[in-house]
Every structure is written in C-alpha cells, then in structure tokens.
Design a protein around this ligand. Structure first.
Ligand code: 1HE
Length: 264
C-alpha cells in the first residue's frame, strides 16, 4: 500500500495536517484530493483551528502532471477531477474552522489554489508563487479563477497566467497571497512556529465568531449589498447570542479584558 498523502496529528485543540509527498513536490493526484476531502469532511468537533503544513522544500507543485499525462483524461473526466478539487477546497474554505497554511518553496498551480482556500497564509523567504498552467497548455481547475482572483484581482491573475511570472514571498505578500513572511530580520520565527502561535490565539476566540468569520465573509462578498447586509445582520444575531458572549462582554465591562493597543 502507498504512503498516505496526509499525515494528521493534534496538539490540544489544533489539528495539524502535513502534505506528505515531498519526493513529488507534494503534487496532487486523485488519491491526494480524496484524502483532503475526507479529512475536511470529518474534522473532530474538539478541533478549533487547523494548521496545514508540508514536508520537504516545497509546499505543493499543483496537479500531478504525470498522472494527468498518463491518464489521457477526456474533457468529462477532467471536469470531474475539477469538481473533486472544488468540493474538497470548498470544505477547507467554508467548513467553519479557521485553516492556517504554512508555505515554503513552490506554491504553484493547484498548490496556490489549495493555499488560496486557507484563511491565513504564512510564507517564508523561500516561498514563491506562480500559475504556470498557461505556459503548460492547460488551465486552472482547482478554484483559482474564484479564490485566487478574489485575493489578487482578476486582472493580476490574467497577467500571471499569460506570462507564467513567478512572484517571490514579498511580492506575494504585497498582493495578499501571504499575510506574513517569516525568517526575515523583522520576523525571525519559522512559518511553522508563527502558524502554531496564531493557531493557539485563534483557538481562544469564540467558536461561533470563528465560524462566522471564515464562512460568512467570503460568501457575503459575493452577494449584492442589500442581501449582504441582511446576511451579516442574521450572522451577527446568531453569533451575539452564543454561549460565552455575556462572559466575554462582562470582562470588558468590568475592565478585565485586554485593550486594543497599537504595536509597540
Ligand atoms: C511532479 C510535479 C507535478 C514535481 N506533478 N510530478 N505545476 C507546475 O507546473 C509545477 C511543476 N513542478 C516544478 O516546476 C518543479 O518540480 C518544482 C519547482 C515544484 C520543484 O523543483 P525541484 O527541482 O525541486 O524538483 P524536480 O526535480 O522538478 O521534481 C522532483 C520530482 O517531483 C520529479 O519526479 P522524479 O520521479 O523525476 O523524481 C518531478 O517529476 C516531480 N514533480 N512537480 C507530478 N506537478 C486542477 S488543475 C490544477 C492545474 C495545475 O496545478 S498544473 C501544475 C502546475
């Protein structure tokens, strides 16, 4: 039997998943997508945040081009492959649990589509981003036209795909592909250490707040303003009546809660 694509573990209430196909640069074959789908379909209820990491020097080289070449898929076959990626990555983005991705080396093609489904993306100085599909005679099929274009704009995605241009970590950060760049003078932590630190912090938020943040903001952004404001009101009404809200508000009223301060 072949090695699993995903290694899964837990640290307190944080789920850790590691892409485990470094010899093939964590490229995604059909079995890998099925494992991702399965994990995000069955996240245990005590897990508050998921940290997504990868073995080796590269986060993910995208679609398994060898499998794609060898299978000589028809249009319908590949449409089904794309639907499988969409289903799995939708579960990451809209599953209600914050997902933090630690990105090193190549985050390209379908690897960028996978990272784009995560809610927090942490790069380091080795990270680079590209959408080489246009230069390989293919097209994105794992959600980039929706998720990645929403992050960087459709116009920038068109240019990246036409030219096959590679963005370094800082360029990716400027466009929103990374929220943090680690291993720098300003931020000497590793991406994994920062990821774990943020995961622990995010895990202390109310579960319903996290749910609303990760599953409503992107959806509301797709709505017309009137519907969006209506949906926001409904979401807020549900979150505001959550179990520990009064306790958290009392902490503020009684001057025991932290204050929002500028960075020192
Ligand atoms: C692969 C893949 C892959 C590596 N599918 N096997 N994605 C791409 O176009 C990226 C293609 N990959 C690369 O450009 C490079 O491999 C990397 C920059 C990621 C890494 O370079 P390097 O020098 O560290 O590794 P390597 O020697 O190129 O590759 C090591 C092995 O991984 C080698 O296999 P080996 O059997 O010869 O050892 C490679 O063939 C294998 N490998 N990348 C299969 N992608 C739903 S639509 C999504 C559309 C897409 O994602 S298109 C894919 C875009």
């Amino acid at each position: 039997m072949s090695e699993p694509f995903l290694i899964t573990s837990e640290m307190d209430n944080i789920g850790i998943i590691t892409l485990n196909r470094a010899s093939k640069r964590n490229s995604l074959d059909e079995a890998a997508i099925a494992e991702i789908d399965d994990y995000f379909s069955n996240v245990p209820s005590h897990i508050r945040v998921i940290l997504m990491t990868a073995e080796g020097d590269h986060f993910c080289a995208g679609l398994d081009l060898k499998e794609h070449h060898d299978k000589e898929r028809s249009a319908v076959d590949f449409l089904r492959v794309c639907q499988g990626w969409h289903r799995a990555f939708d579960k990451i983005q809209h599953g209600g649990i914050p997902v933090i991705a630690c990105l090193q080396g190549a985050v390209v093609g379908g690897g960028l589509e996978l990272a784009s489904a995560a809610h927090v993306r942490i790069a380091d100085t080795s990270t680079f981003f590209a959408l080489p599909e246009g230069t390989r005679g293919i097209f994105t099929g794992g959600g980039a036209t929706v998720r990645t274009a929403k992050i960087i704009s459709a116009s920038r995605m068109v240019e990246l795909m036409l030219t096959g241009r590679v963005l370094n970590a800082q360029e990716g950060e400027r466009l929103g592909l990374a929220h943090y760049v680690c291993n720098t003078e300003d931020n000497p932590k590793t991406a994994y250490d920062l990821g774990l630190e943020l995961a622990r912090k995010i895990a202390t938020n109310a579960v319903l707040s996290n749910y609303a943040i990760v599953s409503s903001i992107n959806r509301i952004a797709d709505m017309a303003s009137t519907e969006g404001l209506f949906a926001e009101g409904l979401m807020a009404a549900v979150v505001q009546t959550g179990g520990d809200v009064q306790e958290r508000l009392s902490e503020f009223v009684n001057k025991k809660a932290h204050k929002v301060r500028p960075k020192s």
